[in-house]
Design a protein around this ligand. Structure first.
Ligand code: 5AD
Ligand code: SF4
Length: 442
């Protein structure tokens, strides 16, 4: 049987899809790249904004004709939207065969076996802890791989659907994570991306109070990974600012592998909006943390997530967000227009900011960011940087790309014998809008 998986949403979903593809391959299924070659079509869905749900539903809805021509086709919805809607999704999409929520992903292979024996429609959405250990499988990786270290979230930011669709936060055993990392590195992986809704809360047992300054099981884990000799780089996403304590900062400063690029979600620069979002920090607290990280890692770059148009966000609130972003000088930012999510606390608030205003605020922040990033990149011209080589550039087959530890993409001419996943020095010769260009140094 040939299987096609389409993934929506975040890196955690990408990682889940990879683990599912590895489980399917081990069970004798063949993964294919296009839906018209497949006997099974899977959609790993996202609920974070309404648009993400609309996209996946539209896509599955569109397959109705294909299914009526080929009734043997099996169509499944997985992941966050599948969790949120469950049976409702089966009712809404009559040609959908099955729904597997986030806690039931490990049931994919048994479900497909069952459906092959006898067709029926089913929705599995019970939370289950088994999924945690079942999701460690990987496809053969090149030089970079992702490891999920936690699942779920306990924070309950008032806008966010994640705690409802991914359930309570659970951390994997550090020994399992290190073993998974060692296996990947033995297979050639040189860079690891650690994933979790709040990675800095790793190992705290779901306790919602940020730990004391000298305690961070996440820092302990980073130190363990640092001891894997062939591992060159570790990145992670995302830490909640209140959990980013002194112990963690010191561990990163002392680390050989952890990249000096921190994704630190800001969401808003207004204390009033942060409070309404149930974010447990203030603008000043956020800026203090940035300053503490910068003091320990002078070359660090930051990226962030920001929501514009949260209910009640005034022009003055928005200006505070804009000012905070300019003050930090983010190297990258993901800006989202607020989208009310059913069942969250903010959904009960009136969505006061008109769509055009959200659009305008979104554009202003993107313009600021574009100008700042281009100016920042110009300052690299003439300097030497260290990159991890990534292989042939997607845009120009004559060039290769590499990435600095601070997450800047550099294009350069390859030399014969150059391999992906190695550290190389590049002299920067010019800058573009979002990337750098340079020459390999001996
Ligand atoms: N509306 C808009 N953006 C959202 N995010 C989470 N929930 C919503 C929502 N309801 C954004 C946050 C989060 C990122 C993954 O998505 O900025 O950090
Ligand atoms: Fe990822 Fe959240 Fe979307 Fe789920 S709802 S796929 S956790 S972004």
């Amino acid at each position: 049987m040939r299987v096609f998986i389409k993934t929506y949403g975040c890196q955690m979903n990408e990682r889940d899809s990879e683990a599912l593809a590895a489980q399917l391959t081990a069970a004798g299924y063949r993964m294919v790249e296009s839906e018209d070659q497949a006997d099974v079509l899977l959609f790993n869905t996202c609920s974070v904004r309404e648009a993400a749900e609309r996209k996946a539903k539209g896509k599955i809805g569109y397959l109705k004709k294909l299914k009526s021509r080929n009734p043997a086709l099996i169509i499944g919805a997985l992941g966050c939207m599948a969790q949120r809607l469950g049976h409702e999704l089966l009712e809404e999409l009559p040609h959908l065969d099955f729904v597997l929520g986030t806690g039931q992903l490990h049931m994919l292979v048994p479900t497909l076996t069952e459906l092959a024996a006898a067709r029926r429609r089913l929705a599995l959405t019970e939370p289950s802890a088994e999924v945690l250990d079942a999701m460690g499988a990987h496809l053969p990786a090149a030089w970079s791989a992702q490891i999920a270290i936690t699942r779920g979230c306990n924070r309950f930011c008032s806008y966010c659907i994640v705690p409802y669709v991914r359930g309570r936060e659970i951390s994997r055993d550090p020994a399992d994570i290190v073993a998974e990392a060692r296996r990947l590195v033995a297979g050639g992986v040189r860079e690891l991306l650690l994933l979790g809704q709040n990675v800095a809360a790793y190992g705290l047992g779901g306790n919602n109070n940020p730990p004391p300054p000298d305690c961070s099981p996440f820092a302990d884990l980073l130190e363990e990974l640092d001891r894997i000799p062939e591992l060159l780089r570790v990145r992670f996403t995302s830490p909640y600012v209140s959990y980013f304590n002194d112990r963690l900062i010191a561990a990163i400063a002392g680390s050989r592998t952890v990249c000096h690029n921190i994704h630190l979600p800001l969401q808003s620069g207004s204390d009033a909006v942060l409070r309404a979002m149930n974010r447990q920090y203030t603008r000043a607290g956020y800026l203090e943390k940035v300053a503490a990280i910068r003091a320990a890692l002078p070359d660090v770059t930051f990226s962030t997530d920001v929501i514009v148009g949260f209910p009640g966000e005034s022009e003055a609130d928005f200006q505070l967000t804009r000012d905070t972003m300019n003050e930090v000088g983010f190297e990258q930012a993901y800006i989202f227009k607020y989208s009310p999510r059913p069942g969250t606390r903010a959904a009960a608030l009136t969505d006061t900011v008109p769509e055009e205003v959200k659009e305008e605020r979104n554009r202003i922040l993107l313009d600021d960011l574009g100008a700042r990033v281009a100016a920042g990149l110009r300052s690299y011209v003439g300097c030497e940087v260290e990159v991890l080589t990534e292989g042939v550039s997607a845009r120009n087959p004559g060039r290769w790309t590499g990435r600095t530890g601070t997450n800047i993409v550099v294009h350069f001419e390859p030399r014969p014998g150059l391999e992906a996943g190695t550290l190389r020095r590049v002299r920067v010769t010019r800058s573009g809008g979002v990337t750098l260009f340079g020459e390999l140094v001996e």
